[in-house]
Design a protein around this ligand. Sequence first.
Ligand SMILES: Cc1ncc(COP(=O)(O)O)c(C=O)c1O
Length: 467
Amino acid sequence: MAASIAPRTFSYWALDHENEEQVLRHGAELSLRYLRESATAPPFPPRAAIAKARAAAMRLPDSPSRPKDVLAELSEIYAPATVRSHSGRYFGFVHGSSFPVGLAAKWMSTIWDQNTPLFALSPATALLEEQVEEWLVDLLGLPKESAVGFVSSTSQSLLTAMFVARQSLLSRLGWCARTKGLRDAPRLQVVLGEHAHGAVRRALTIAGFGEDEFCVVRADEQGRLDPAHLPVLGPNTLLVLQAGNIYTGSFDPYDAILPEARAAGAWTHVDGAFGLWAAASPQRRGLTRGIEGADSWSADCHKTLNTPFSCGLFLCRDRAAVRSAMASSGSYLALGDERNGMDYSPDMARRCKAAEIWATLKFLGRDGVAALVERLCANAQRIADGLRNEGYEVLHDVVFNQISVRLENDDKTINALQYVQQEGIAWCGGGVWAGSKVIRISVSSWRTSEDDCTQTIAAFGRARKAV
Ligand SMILES: Cc1ncc(COP(=O)(O)O)c(C=O)c1O
């Protein structure tokens, strides 16, 4: 427990009681110890560690504690209850690790502690964002004029996308939502695939579109939206497609949908949280054929690119539309002619995320990003093949980095999942696909090695025998 300090001997404002550098160095040492431990620790925290963190809940102390003790307590109580993002055998949700260079860049920019809405508030961040924008648009093969908003997640990117789409569609229909609001606005038609991620539905409902209004389009057995079932699209249509289904990794057929949608005047958005990165790999690029024909896209760097959390992207071909939807006013905001980050996302105050994205991209280069995507896909294929040999059914074609498997019935599948989770060698989650319970394995970490795949397959083999 952190020892409290007698008030008479302590000042919050004088640093002489503990040198600033020592505090930071202590935090760094504890972090490095954590990283070393993560190599062998179970990917998901043991129950006892979670119980210890829960039991540590306390009333906010009245008196101060020494920074060194505070950090030691954080490390001792809460670090053991973390999910080990740095494990190569964590396959839950869609969860990348971060490269050391990205983590270090995040450390550095944390010390810079930049606020990033305006060039005037951080020239460095504004220039980093401008550079990363140019790199990403090129790397992902999107229209050259596209703008990038740096947001916290795909969820926030989707929300931004819905606001931009709605304002743009209404504007094309002669309605200025900025001045007239939405109450009497022309009605928009929302079209999405039956397997749209929950974050898409959530963004739509937060933006004020009711679920009963959604036109939900049937998908094929791989989870790809089936163009034969699309309704008639028009200039009032907001169509949301997907790049990367979380159960099967499948991609919608953009080249069969987007040219017609565009000709009809619809606004199209693609949720590419992890899958948009396929466009950066010559081997997988075919999965995204035609995707550049959309109006906007969402992606996360903290998923497939393996930057630290929380690095989401909102990308849009129509820079003016984004700026118009996000525009803000205030005479004290020195807007100037430079690129101001707040024109491209709903945030004003925001930490600098571009440093870790810049560092990760600079470290990997174009070839490295492609190699990373291919590594994740190859490991997914390796695990899928191994699980088939262990008697699991893989429910789809393995085209990217997501796999869903099952055993003979739901009970066996759930029991096998629980066995793997409790054994602690690997961690993955479950879900429902094609009407049955499945185990979802998301291969999203650069750290996953061949040996991690072998250990994971063996854990599934033991699980199968145990159920
Ligand atoms: C396809 C898809 N869309 C949206 C999301 C939500 O992303 P985030 O957690 O960054 O908000 C995810 C998360 O895994 C996803 O896989």
